[in-house]
Design a protein around this ligand. Structure first.
Ligand code: ZN
Ligand code: ZN
Length: 183
């Protein structure tokens, strides 16, 4: 992951340091599953010290392999995310845990858009990853007009007509597919 030393940033109170990195996350897994990053993940932005917290701003871009929601073929799409994250330092890990316990509503705590860190480095990798994963479409398509698979025989309709009686052009089917796609 991407570790940033906070010393040089803090030395520039109110100032900002430009930040660029490229990471190879093609092997990265979550819950035992590959996330499908293709090529390099690129981040471009800056990090600044406000006097109280560290602010990360920038844009992350990546290519990711996903399955088309209609024809199930793998295809590579480009995703990007504008990132704005605030990091607050705790002196010790323990202190952070105590702070959390003091808050009655744990959900409220989780909603707060602040990243806590301890020690002299901030790991930017995790927040960049989280932001990028939010940018992955829930129903990715290989193309906007992908005809999908024949509902009868499973034939890939992009390869041509399979001859089944259910016609793709049938307006009834079109409505049905829209309904299926929008669930
Ligand atoms: Zn498709
Ligand atoms: Zn068919």
């Amino acid at each position: 992951m991407v570790q940033i030393h906070i010393g040089p940033i803090r030395a520039q109170k109110g100032g900002e340091l430009p930040l660029h990195f490229k990471e190879n996350w093609s092997d990265i897994k979550r819950d035992g599953q590959h996330l499908g990053f293709v090529g390099l993940v690129e981040f471009s932005g800056k990090i600044g010290w406000t006097g109280e917290s560290f602010l990360l701003r920038g844009r992350a871009e990546a290519e990711i392999e996903v399955e088309c929601a209609r024809c199930l073929k793998p295809n590579t799409i480009k995703i990007q995310s504008d990132i704005l994250e605030e990091f607050l330092q705790t002196e010790h890990e323990v202190e952070h845990e105590l702070l959390s316990e003091e808050l009655e509503d744990a959900d409220e705590w989780a909603d707060e858009d602040v990243q806590w860190f301890s020690g002299s480095t901030i790991d930017l990798g995790e927040v960049v990853l989280e932001n990028l994963l939010l940018a992955v479409p829930i129903k990715p398509l290989c193309s906007q007009d992908c005809p999908g698979l024949c509902p009868k025989c499973g034939h890939d309709l992009q390869q041509g007509d399979c001859g089944c009686e259910i016609e793709d052009i049938n307006p009834g089917m079109e409505i049905l597919r829209t309904l299926l796609d929008s669930d």
